[in-house]
Design a protein around this ligand. Sequence first.
Ligand SMILES: *Cc1c(COP(=O)(O)O)cnc(C)c1O
Length: 405
Amino acid sequence: MHIHPDDVFVDARAVVHALSPDEPVILNRPHAAVRAARFFIEKFPGKSLYAVKANPSPDLLRVLWDAGITHYDVASISEVRLVRATLPQAVLCFMHPVKTPAAIAEAYHRHGVKTFSLDTAEELTKIVDACRDGEGNSARDLRLAVRLRVSSEYSELSLASKFGCDLTEAPRLLQRARQHCDWLGVCFHVGSQAMSPFAFVQALDRTRAAIAQAGVVIDMIDVGGGFPSIYPGLEPPAMEDYFAIIARHFEALPIAYNAELWCEPGRALCAEYSSLIVRVERRRGDELFINDGAYGALYDAAHVGWRFPVRALGDAEGESMQDFSFYGPTCDDADYMQGPFALPADIEAGDYVEIGMLGAYGAAMKTGFNGFGNAQQVVVADEPMASIYDGSRLKPAVDNVVSLR
Ligand SMILES: *Cc1c(COP(=O)(O)O)cnc(C)c1O
């Protein structure tokens, strides 16, 4: 069957019924991304940037833009070009602390990027030099953010060891950066899928110490990403609790009275956007050989043992359940997802399975290794397998529901 890009399927079963797909199919739920974006826009006590690396799909970028996300955290010159080409009006912030001079120059001179992050004096010099005009004059409109190293102890995926300057270096770097810009921020990242709002308390305490020692005016605090989604065994507190704690600690910082508060969610804005249909090609006891895996959308399932929700799409659903592990399609032993993934005990080759919550760091990570990696994309109208935004959360501290526009 030929599908038109505007076709909307009811759900995964309808897709299987219509296509009997021989290769994996990515199911996109624009309504879920809109809901996530509206949630951040209405409830986060500051500005929400979308961290593009979580899922750079142009369709998703347009959905988020239409929902009201105006600022985008980009980390490479390819992401700069992609977002600029897709969303000509968007504000781009180049938040990778190690950039090439050519990337900085192209971003600044060609794509209008003014905001850059840094965590060393060398990077500061690089940015200042790359943004000079033809006569060698310094740029007057730079907006710089010094990246602090903070703990990842509350997060499932650490971002603590690679980037960020520590408290002994931060005050001096803030003072130096202040000399090159009229707008200076501090940013950090508590690690991805932060399972407690307390992660942000620790990071903001460290931010306060750095600012107090530096004694410079700070115009922006960027609390980064790390906002969680829901996966089996990873059920975080209500998002409201994160926002409330961040607001309280932000207000207590020694910063400019009109300082801005930013965040850069990746996962939280797109995890619910996509799921994936795979087919069981072979069963060996409690191991299922499926047609996507570690080199496809299931990188995190293989490499960090992430469990994603699954459901069988055949008639077997409702029978007694059993725990399975998955092998992906490539010839590599590492193409293995331990799970456990609970599926009907009588599942067999030829059956289809939907794997949920793959909109962040899933669909975006597919490679063509070993000749696998093709996947058709379609739009479906049903709800994601779990949602942090649909009001179904247990005991949210405050009302967690937003209306769709
Ligand atoms: C990856 C990244 C993000 C997004 O992180 P999530 O955990 O997906 O929210 C935000 N900011 C920076 C600088 C990043 O590297």
